[in-house]
Design a protein around this ligand. Sequence first.
Ligand code: AMP
Ligand code: ZN
Length: 474
Amino acid sequence: MKIHNTLTGLREELVPGGVKKPSIADYPPVTIYSCGPTVYGHAHIGNFRTFMFNDLLRRYLKFAGYRVNHAMNITDVDDKTIAGSGREGVSLREYTERYTNIFFEDLKSLNIEPVEHYPRATESIDAMIDIMNRLGEKGIVYEKEGSLYFSIAKFGGYGGLSRLDTREIKSGLRYDTDEYEKDDVRDFALWKSTKDDEPSWDTPFGKGRPGWHIECSAMVRKIFGGTIDIHTGGVDLIFPHHENEIAQSEAAYGDRFVRCWIHCEHLLVEGSKMSKSKGNFYTLRDIMEKGHSPRAIRYLLFSAHYRKQLNFTFDGLHQADAALARIDNLLVRLGDVPAGSAGNTEIAPLIARFMEEFTSEMEDDLNVSGGLGKLFDFIHAVNAQINEGAVAREESDLVMNALRRIDAVLGVIFFPADEAASGDVARIEALIAERRDAKKAKNFGRADEIRALLEADGIILEDTKDGTRWKKRK
Ligand code: AMP
Ligand code: ZN
């Protein structure tokens, strides 16, 4: 599998553990760390574009035969979470737990797979202290007014990831300049002094709270112990967040921090980045309240290549619905074919070619739009076979199995919420069939009971000369 590494600017072969092996099964699990949400409100769908990309990456790696060991942090202490909990007069813990739970619910709605680890910053203070101790021993930190800073001048190799012009860095144009007193504008706080009413932790460097950047370095070390294969995040994190993570971790431990950096491009609204600070954002719930399904949102958010910006529009959501309707239409047709075999020898090679083409698109820097193109070519070809009457149950099962395998990567073909809904449909149909049989057997008591049962669930039955129809009560 080839993937674009921000650090080298090249499309590189993925080599988990850094040593080439004869086959995928020989590799150790791929270690992945993804910068997660800051839990001070609902995540917006721009955030979810990046989280969806993480999901696609891990699902594809598993599909390709790799094992994965994936962590996504929860940033549960920073300026915004402290300000939010202060505003509401609740503890930081209570405040961040609320938004962490909402975040997990949203992940579930979007059919994003859980990862192996969800470390919290507030539970990783020990690992932060270890980094600061080591940096202290090496003389790379200094203290000012109770805060601890990383001295970039003492670390060779700063800026390798973002390759920003050093003049731009020096001028401080791209830095927060409201951060206390610093020797050099590029320096960043590892540990911040706190006011009396703010949450704080006791450390050998005094009472305080973590700076944002050190949180991720600490959690990577705590979970994985050393160099990791992949680190992901949105492109806005390349500088300074990821640059600072590299500086702290490599200065503290002396070994390489990350082999491959992968960054997801932004979701835009009318040409500018969707962000909380601009106010131009939609949460998942905002869009669901307008009647759109999380399935369409999932489809839309991952359907563009992760290194291309994606402009969010409601028209785009309608197009996603239309694409999903084509998929659903095939599923219904496959379910309707007659029993037995049509003796069609073209289906198996059609499936084999589709699997191969889909895989080769995905191997190429996760080209999901190419992969989806192959899926729709396949759907077209299978529909043509159905039109010719060349598909019966045996052939349709082969196609269904192929779709299930592909859906381990895409997660939109057999969407869990829809499966629950179609489970409802199956139950309704089964009850209607039972009622028909009951009436035939003159067991009218049971037939009325079934009608009442369904009515209680809001399902209205209508007996016509062609059989019983049902509808949902409005
Ligand atoms: P935050 O909760 O602000 O720390 O962001 C969580 C993740 O979402 C980070 O990886 C960000 O880079 C990413 N992100 C923020 N805004 C966008 C956007 N408009 N499009 C894509 N990713 C974004
Ligand atoms: Zn991070």
